[in-house]
Design a protein around this ligand. Sequence first.
Ligand code: C2E
Ligand code: CA
Ligand code: CA
Length: 416
Amino acid sequence: MDPLHSSNCNIRLFQEGETIFTEGSDSDAAYIIEAGLIEIFVGSGSDAVQLSVLGPGDIFGEMGLIDAYPRSASARAMCPCRCIVISAAQIAERIEASNPLVKLLISISLHRNRAYNTYFKTIMNSSHVVLPTLAVTEKAYVKNPQHRQILEEIKLESDLHKAVNNDELQPYYQPLFSMADNSIVGFESLLRWQCPDRGMVSPNQFISLAEETSLIVPIGDWILEQACIDLKTFQAHWQPGPGSPSHLFMSVNISVRQFQEPNFCEKLLALTQRYGVLPKHIKLEVTERIFLDQADAVEAIDDCRKAGFEVSLDDFGTGYSSLSYLERCEIDSLKIDQSFTQKICTSHRAKILVSSIIDISKKLGLITIAEGIETEEHRGILEDMGCDIGQGYLFSKPLPSSGILEFMANPPSQRP
Ligand code: C2E
Ligand code: CA
Ligand code: CA
């Protein structure tokens, strides 16, 4: 078959000297050269300036498909050419699916490329020194709010890297209480970031970023270590009342990314041994996101339970809730999300759902923990429903370890 003839509509053939597109025209397609040579140039007639000559394997005309700007250069076949056509839709779908930072970097480099084309044409057509014009230096992407947000995220990411190195992270602990007698049974560790420039940054603002960049692994290791050290101290200061468990537990939030580390369970076991903490006093709080990669998650959870750690399903009732997880995977406790707790007094439907979750949990032999208990009314309803453990501002806000020691010395039931 003649390589320069085709009936395929994705292939275009160009004659020697044929213009493929011109500067300023709409960008409707890009091309991959299969055979022949293509000249890319700016200007026209005797003022035309050749920018490059492309051959088989090269792509051209892609810039306009990415940023939807008109062509900033022209393309002409230097000999008979055969090209594969790439449609705008093919590119748009892939760009849309890419990471926002990658999109920003592409638009920055496209801007530089276009600015270079414009500037090059100006200096070639001028006999004296020409300074770059505003058209060259003005960066459209700087004004785009979406791009500004991405830049802000990059800054947050580098600040977070600094935070890890400069000891700006701090563990806080929120006590958990037995619903039966209001005594402390354990704690949840919650990360805090005291940033010199931003003030106190909420974990909701930086945990997802740490997860995207894998920074969550060293941060998660550090928080686990602090949790073991502080649990040991809290246990040493604790005087159990009649009917209270002999040891307090520590719940630690674990991201999916941490669980995916091949030696997560061994590392955790080594840590508890180093600080003399029993694995059964550590509850790993995982969210249902972990089940997106089901087989691996079930195996990792099983490994941790076999090593003696407890596993709690966090934020239950939100996001990816599926009862099939409860059927397939053995866990120890179920944590009702605060969005449900806070509606039980005002929404009849929320009340029915929470009561049903507690029933299911009991029948499966799981401990039920309700978070976000803010009022005596919340507490009373949950106690009547048979919820085992409660956590929320009604009992205590998250506190630094020194605050927990003070709180333990003066627990709510003994307060005036
Ligand atoms: P979470 O695991 O659902 O933690 C409970 C959140 O509810 C905490 O927010 C806690 O301060 C807040 N809270 C507790 N009681 C009440 C209450 O009565 N009312 C209200 N409105 N809120 C209450 P925080 O500390 O801002 O943490 C937010 C989220 O960040 C956590 O949600 C958790 O998903 C994540 N997170 C925090 N620390 C860590 C960590 O060390 N590792 C990981 N992977 N995630 C963490
Ligand atoms: Ca949690
Ligand atoms: Ca929650």
